[in-house]
Design a protein. Structure first.
Length: 94
């Protein structure tokens, strides 16, 4: 069986990256425990949709190094891989 895992926000945790990108780009105070959707709503409401799109571009380029691998997702992928019964693929819409 082929199993696909989404890279963005499934395997990668962008919490810290979103916080840094938003704070540095808009001079606002976003905390690391904020969910990406909360930051998105804040940016869209106060700066507009185009600025959210611009922030995403920065997030997936300049700030991607601040993304962390979700350890639970990594363990699951390792267990599935060890079974030898499945083909694992990592997918991203980027």
């Amino acid at each position: 069986m082929k199993i696909g895992f989404d890279l963005d926000n499934t395997i990668f945790d962008y919490s810290e990256a979103v916080m840094l990108a938003a704070n540095n780009t808009f001079d606002i105070s976003v905390h690391s425990n904020w969910k990406k959707d909360s930051v998105k709503t804040l940016i869209q409401k106060n700066f507009g949709e185009s600025e959210w799109t611009r922030l995403q571009g920065l997030l997936y380029t300049q700030y991607v190094s601040h993304a962390k691998i979700d350890e639970n997702a990594l363990r699951l992928i390792e267990e599935i891989d060890k079974s030898g019964q499945h083909h694992i693929e990592i997918v991203s819409h980027k």
